[in-house]
Design a protein around this ligand. Structure first.
Ligand SMILES: Cc1ncc(COP(=O)(O)O)c(C=O)c1O
Length: 448
């Protein structure tokens, strides 16, 4: 037995756990420091020998981000927590899902309206395959264009009440490519603090979550130092399940002559009586927002993302955004399934309304049991905050043993103190499933 393991022998479980966690935190801090160390001048500029190049610059296994991943995985192993990621689901995941040979009540899928797996959506995808084959086989610009692409884009533009729309093969690529293409080094991106990654060469500044007054202040201080300014917010926040006060953001962006982009990934099909998203929720016009972004992978049961807005915006992206121009056209079957799902969402608004009811029921039951559900409005996304990654992983594992599938969200996806379980709701969940789940959740939370 190795040294550290031997040293832990004979200790009480809580003490052992604390020591392991402290050791983990020390190692994590060390890699954090390495990551944030100032960039060294390239050695060749200083005419040094290539021997001076550190291993982490030429070995993937020494990459500081990978090292962090290893530390976390090894820590979880030492603490006896099983890996909740990459579990294989054997069928279509909705309110229930098949993992191995067992059926679980499922709160880990984006299938908000129960349309992934709906017979009409499946039939539309199959018909598109029969007609167009499985691939667009080219970028849309150069021979990949099919009628179904434009049908879907026009239907999405109509949802937002704007001129036009363009679909991309992935939601994430939609954001990266749009922001990366439209904004450069002389521009500023101001974004809600809960929105993560670096998306362009523009300067980036976060403002406190949902705090439009902070945004206003920030723009008052620095708007004039930049050319274009883009404000990025989400229609419904994917980790916290709350909604921004969109009319305030619209007023601010107008006053400061900035662009406003709203990511509707978790809001389309969820907010508004007919699922029209945050725009319907607040009764705003399409033109109040400059860039409507959405994904096809959530309520719309498919894959891909879109940008809707003015003709100029869409034409520009279609002719020049690298993620569109240099990427294959969306598979016709994916476009057809998104369009069929959109039509169902519009024809059957009871799906959105049932999702809202089930979300509210979950939230009320969780609050009644004293669970910390954070800021959520109780719609499609309901977190229960555990304030510790280890607790989140343990809680998820305990619920899994009770045939409830819900993913933990752990550091570094969120701050350690914000670690949580995240429940994705579906219109297909039953009241009984919600009751049983919240009871199990409350019991297991008490045991932690
Ligand atoms: C807010 C938000 N925007 C964009 C995306 C990316 O969408 P996709 O998974 O369809 O690529 C996600 C992913 O879940 C998301 O949560």
């Amino acid at each position: 037995m190795s040294g550290p393991r031997k040293a832990l022998q004979g200790l009480t479980a809580p003490l052992k756990e604390r020591l392991i966690q402290e050791a983990l935190q020390r190692r994590m801090r060390k890699t954090e420091l390495e990551r944030s160390a100032p960039v060294r001048q390239a050695p060749f500029e200083r005419s040094e020998h290539s021997d001076s190049i550190p291993d982490s610059w030429c070995r993937f296994d020494m990459h500081p981000d990978y090292q962090q991943l290893r530390i976390l995985n090894e820590g979880a192993e030492k603490l006896g927590v099983s890996n909740p990621f990459f579990r294989v689901h054997e069928g279509c995941a909705g309110a229930t899902t098949l993992i191995g040979a067992e059926t679980f009540t499922n709160f880990s899928s984006y299938n908000y309206l129960g349309l992934a797996g709906h017979p009409d959506v499946n039939a539309a995808a199959k018909a598109a395959i029969d007609r167009y084959g499985t691939s667009a086989s080219a970028s849309r610009l150069v021979s990949g264009e099919r009628p179904i692409h434009r049908e879907l884009e026009q239907a999405l533009a109509a949802v937002h009440g704007v001129d036009d729309c363009v679909v991309f093969v992935s939601g994430h690529a939609t954001n990266v490519s749009t922001i990366g293409h439209l904004f450069g080094p002389k521009d500023l991106i101001v974004h809600d603090a809960l929105i993560g990654s670096q998306l362009s060469g523009a300067r980036r500044m976060p403002f406190a979550h949902n705090d439009w007054e902070a945004l206003d202040q920030l723009l008052t201080q620095c708007r004039l130092q930049y050319e274009r300014v883009l404000i990025v917010i989400e229609g419904l926040y994917s980790m916290d399940g709350d909604v921004p006060d969109l009319p305030q953001f619209v007023e601010i962006k107008r006053r400061h002559r900035a662009f406003l982009m709203v990511d509707e990934a978790h809001s389309l099909g969820v907010l508004g009586r007919g699922g029209g998203g945050i725009q319907e929720h607040f009764g705003l016009r399409g033109a109040d927002v400059d860039i409507w972004m959405g994904t096809l992978s959530k309520a719309l049961a498919s894959c891909g993302g879109y940008i809707a807005g003015t003709s100029a915006l869409v034409e520009h992206l279609k002719c020049a955004a690298p993620g569109f121009v240099f990427s294959v056209g969306m598979p016709p079957s994916a476009a057809a399934s998104a369009l069929a799902a959109l039509r169902l969402m519009q024809a059957e608004p009871h799906r959105t309304q049932m999702l809202q009811t089930r979300g509210r029921q979950f939230l009320e039951a969780a609050r009644a049991r004293g669970l910390d559900t954070g800021l959520t409005m109780g719609l499609s996304v309901i977190p229960t905050i555990t304030h510790s990654s280890l607790k989140a992983a343990r809680l998820s594992e305990a619920l899994f043993r009770r045939k409830i599938n819900v993913q933990p969200i752990v550091y570094p996806a969120v701050q350690e103190r914000s670690a949580r379980l995240r429940f994705f709701m579906s219109s297909e969940h039953t009241e009984a499933q919600i009751r049983t789940t919240v009871e199990a959740l409350a019991e297991e939370t008490r045991r932690l």
